[in-house]
Design a protein around this ligand. Structure first.
Ligand code: ACO
Length: 311
């Protein structure tokens, strides 16, 4: 009976066990997971663009090989995540259409342009660092396919974070101009990185329910704090200043106090008015249209195979 199914679902969540695709789940749970996983997948795919912008300008063969591997990893992450979303009964084609028509979101962070080579290092350090903070707890998400996809993704994100930091260390040990480039880039990426964690808890409509369902394990503000605490010593080691006059150690809390991100900027960026939103979506739409012949050919091939199997 429906009541029994719901009871079983609640018991699985309460026992901190996984919900699998064939299990009954409340419609709202399914919808919220599709929303989050699709947004996550879109972020990985759109996230290839700001870095792709530097592939042909990487300063050495070694840096180019690393960057290429990283951008390819992101395509792979997008694929795992679309596959995880498909276990919930949606179609990847449909999700891509929704992205292109701005009916589904992707992370605010990828709407900022990459203006200098240091941005590539800073994205690895701050953006992938923030992604790890946010994503490691998702390895314990209540939905099995999403949790399992996150394990591999997090391993690769750690490599991305390390490569970014290592490339910044090289610049920090370089010339004065290189150190200035790292500082300038840090100034631009710091606040957008803090916004990646989403609105403050009081303004986050989804957090409470997602935590009750074991989709999210921490609130947006908890993860933002964890990220700040982790990053401050890394900034010191690099010799850069984080652009926040309110940033200081709070002995009582055993954590850093920090300033408030500009939430009006965040709202503008997630509603399509960020510095690179139009460019990102236009590029994604063009790539999708240019790939139409591949999808058609794959479909024709599959139809032919099916007809042959029937004959
Ligand atoms: N960029 C774009 N949209 C955002 C962002 C952001 N940084 N933060 C929050 N939002 C959106 C939410 O999707 C939600 O919109 P919706 O209801 O239309 O879907 C709205 O703002 C309100 O936010 P919350 O209620 O806090 O939403 P939620 O509980 O889903 O938390 C979060 C947002 C933390 C991003 C969560 O969805 C999450 O952990 N997602 C998985 C990680 C992810 O997507 N990472 C992508 C970037 S990292 C990378 O790819 C390298």
């Amino acid at each position: 009976s429906p009541a029994e199914l719901e009871e079983r679902f609640d018991a699985t969540i309460a026992a901190d066990q996984r919900i699998e695709p064939r299990d009954w789940m409340p419609e709202a749970y399914r919808k919220s997971l599709i929303r989050q996983i699709a947004q996550h997948a879109h972020s990985e795919i759109i996230g290839m663009q700001p870095e792709g912008n530097w592939l042909l300008r990487a300063p050495s063969l070694r840096r180019k090989a690393i960057l290429l591997a990283k951008v390819q990893d992101e395509a792979g992450h997008g694929m795992y995540l679309y596959a995880a979303a498909e276990t919930l009964g949606v179609d990847r084609e449909e999700l891509t259409e929704k992205l292109i028509d701005s009916r589904q979101k992707y992370s605010s962070i990828f709407n900022y342009p990459t203006l200098s080579w240091a941005d590539i290092g800073v994205i690895g350090w701050l953006v992938d660092g923030a992604a790890i903070c946010n994503q490691v707890p998702l390895c314990r998400c209540s939905y099995g396919p999403y949790a399992r996809a996150m394990i591999r993704i997090c391993k690769e994100e750690s490599f991305h974070q390390r490569q970014g930091y290592e490339s910044l260390l090289a610049l920090a040990n370089g010339t004065e101009a290189q150190r200035e480039m790292v500082q300038e880039s840090t100034n631009r990426w710091w606040w957008p990185s803090l916004m990646m964690f989403g609105p403050a808890d009081g303004d986050s409509p989804n957090t409470r329910q997602s935590m009750e369902w074991g989709i999210k394990r921490h609130t947006n503000d908890e993860l933002r704090q964890r990220f700040v605490d982790m990053t401050v010593p890394q900034a010191e080691a690099l010799g850069v200043t984080l652009p926040d006059p309110d940033l200081r150690w709070n002995d009582e809390r055993g954590a850093y106090d920090f300033g408030e991100p500009d939430w009006s900027e965040f709202k503008a960026v997630i509603s399509g008015a960020g510095p690179a939103n139009r460019q990102r979506l236009a590029h994604r739409r063009r790539a999708h249209e240019n790939g139409a012949w591949v999808r058609e050919a794959a479909r024709a091939y599959a139809d032919k195979q099916a007809a042959r199997a029937e004959a």
